[in-house]
Design a protein around this ligand. Structure first.
Ligand SMILES: Cc1cc2nc3c(=O)[nH]c(=O)nc-3n(C[C@H](O)[C@H](O)[C@H](O)COP(=O)(O)OP(=O)(O)OC[C@H]3O[C@@H](n4cnc5c(N)ncnc54)[C@H](O)[C@@H]3O)c2cc1C
Length: 210
């Protein structure tokens, strides 16, 4: 569909024997290698998606500032201008999330927290960028769908980012797993329990869990 500059092929390993000298780390110790590798892989995918989406925003902004319908530039229709604004917001929030996550990783944050933050960033940023490009295509009307402008190519290329190096669903799976563990750890520490902020917080009979 997209990313046509790079070939894609299935790799099959059958009865492969790896010489001892070629073993990375320890036998059965792949997770220790895989998890750290996924930090630059997933964060890099998310970050480059912002760069991929940015030209679409630039093109859509310029186009809507020139194209006229019903006697006015279409950027003057809020239905158009608001979509461009939404796309700007999506790319800027994505950038902020990438910086925040990258700085946390660089600062040597706990590996599990890093795993959650990177997974969140991968899912959030790639989906926001996809939405942003989709909005850009929409405000360009029919011409945005053609190859007169490169938005259709950007859209095709960008779709992969929500699939490869771990799908959005798998990112959510990691976030969910790590978050519940983090919350359980928090509850064991001596922090304020927000549950007791409500007027009837001690109505234990009302708190039915089963
Ligand atoms: C163009 C391209 C290039 C690629 N390049 C590389 C590469 O260089 N190196 C590499 O290793 N791989 C590469 N891949 C593979 C890519 O990383 C995988 O396709 C991707 O991780 C999804 O795995 P899968 O295809 O096996 O999907 P599946 O695991 O079969 O998933 C199918 C669907 O089920 C969902 N799903 C699966 N398990 C769960 C679960 N537990 N909970 C909820 N939902 C679930 C998925 O989210 C997805 O929606 C590439 C793929 C493509 C398309």
């Amino acid at each position: 569909m997209g990313c046509r500059g790079g070939g894609t092929a299935r790799v099959v390993f059958e009865d492969v024997r790896v010489p001892k000298s070629n073993i990375l780390g320890e036998v059965n110790g792949a997770t220790a290698i895989f998890y750290p590798m996924m930090i630059p892989e997933r964060l890099g995918t998310a970050a480059m998606t912002i760069g991929a989406a940015r030209p679409a925003l630039e093109i859509a902004t310029d186009y809507t500032a020139k194209r006229k319908a019903f006697g006015t530039k279409i950027k003057n229709f809020q239905a158009v201008g608001f979509k461009v604004a939404d796309a700007v917001n999506k790319l800027d929030t994505s950038r902020a999330m990438i910086y925040c996550t990258a700085r946390a990783v660089d600062a040597g944050i706990d590996a599990k927290r890093a795993r959650r933050m990177v997974s969140q960033a991968k899912k959030f940023v790639t989906e926001q960028c996809w939405d942003a490009v989709n909005l850009c295509m929409q405000v360009m009307g029919g011409i945005g769908y053609t190859d007169v402008y490169p938005i259709e190519k950007i859209l095709r290329d960008l779709r992969l980012s929500m699939i490869w190096t771990g799908t959005s669903e798998i990112m959510n799976l990691i976030v969910q797993n790590e978050w519940y563990k983090e919350r359980a750890q928090e509850k064991n520490s001596n922090i304020r329990n927000c549950e007791f902020d409500s007027v009837n917080a001690f109505a234990e009979d009302e708190k039915i869990y089963e």
